[in-house]
Design a protein around this ligand. Structure first.
Ligand SMILES: [Zn+2]
Length: 297
């Protein structure tokens, strides 16, 4: 199995259009140690010809243009992208579907609550249902998403999208966010861009991963407040921090397989190649994803 990181940043990307935090300012200046990153998406394949997208990033058009493996190669209209799985209904997880209009056949896999949000938003009718199939996927139920790759949705502790918070409670509820487990030829990759808590159940469901790509949104829980760019903690946004006794780094350093942070917010100093926080993560044996990163699982 091969995975390509199309985008490694959290919502807003790096730099974010309206952000002048330390990291965004360095990225905007062309600092080679502050490499720009697009909003999170991963592509996976077993046969090299059929690809599954994990997440439909708002930056998907740019990501495809930067990835020759996803270029059309058969006839006048073609795409190696055969399927997309949606892990949350956040803007940075679904807006890229609109990039995939243009009468191209593909399959969208998602759990019922996310399909319901697509159905409520008429703009997604731009994807003609006669050629773009929407397939409901129950949690913990494997399905062959592309030839040779089995996809399973793993429920994660998380939060409903920000734009729905006026309608429902803002606390974690079932069906809000998922990880994608991919199995092929005895190898397992799990992509978990959002996880509010590394509970025992989460630990058990992630344990089989030879490669685990995990929520690296914030280094410290109050990072956005300390950076003067927001009032919310990471946990309030459904993301556990990297650092601290109950942070993700302590958990991932005990994981048997390879671990890679992705979905990294622009305020997180692990984005900076020369930061102490990056060094701390690498010293614990965990990698930091970048756009274009190739992973042989
Ligand atoms: Zn910023």
């Amino acid at each position: 199995m091969k995975c390509l990181v199309l985008g490694s940043a959290a919502g807003g990307g790096f730099p974010q259009w309206n952000c002048a935090c330390r990291g965004c300012t360095r990225a905007r200046s062309g600092d080679p140690a502050a490499r720009p990153r697009t909003q999170v998406s991963v592509a996976a394949t077993h046969d090299g010809a059929h690809w599954l997208l994990i997440g439909a990033s708002p930056d998907l058009r740019q990501q495809i243009l930067q990835t020759p493996a996803l270029f059309p190669s058969e006839g006048a209209r073609h795409s190696p992208i055969a399927s997309v799985v949606l892990l949350s209904a956040d803007v940075d997880g679904i807006a890229g579907l609109l990039v995939l209009r243009e009468q191209q056949a593909l399959r969208i896999y998602a759990p019922a609550p996310i399909l319901a949000i697509l159905a409520q938003n008429q703009i997604f009718a731009a994807l003609d249902s006669r050629i773009v199939e929407r397939i409901e996927l129950a949690p913990n139920t494997p399905i062959e998403a592309v030839p040779g790759l089995t996809l399973t949705l793993l429920p994660m502790p998380g939060k409903i999208p920000l734009y729905q918070e006026d309608r429902k409670s803002a606390v974690a509820e079932p069906g809000a966010t998922y990880a994608a487990r991919l199995d092929g030829a005895g190898r397992c990759a799990i992509i978990a861009p959002a996880c509010a808590e590394y509970s025992d159940i989460v630990q058990q469901s992630l344990a089989p991963a030879h490669v685990l790509m995990f929520d690296g949104t914030l280094f410290t829980d109050d990072e956005m407040i300390a950076s003067n760019v927001g009032q919310k903690t990471g946990r309030r946004m459904g993301h556990m921090p990297v650092s601290g006794a109950d942070g993700s780094l302590a958990k991932l350093s005990a994981h048997a397989g390879r671990c890679i942070y992705l979905h990294i917010n622009n305020t997180n100093p692990i984005l900076l190649d020369d930061s102490l926080e990056r060094a701390e993560v690498l010293a614990a044996g965990v990698d930091v994803a970048y756009d274009g990163m190739e992973i042989d699982v």
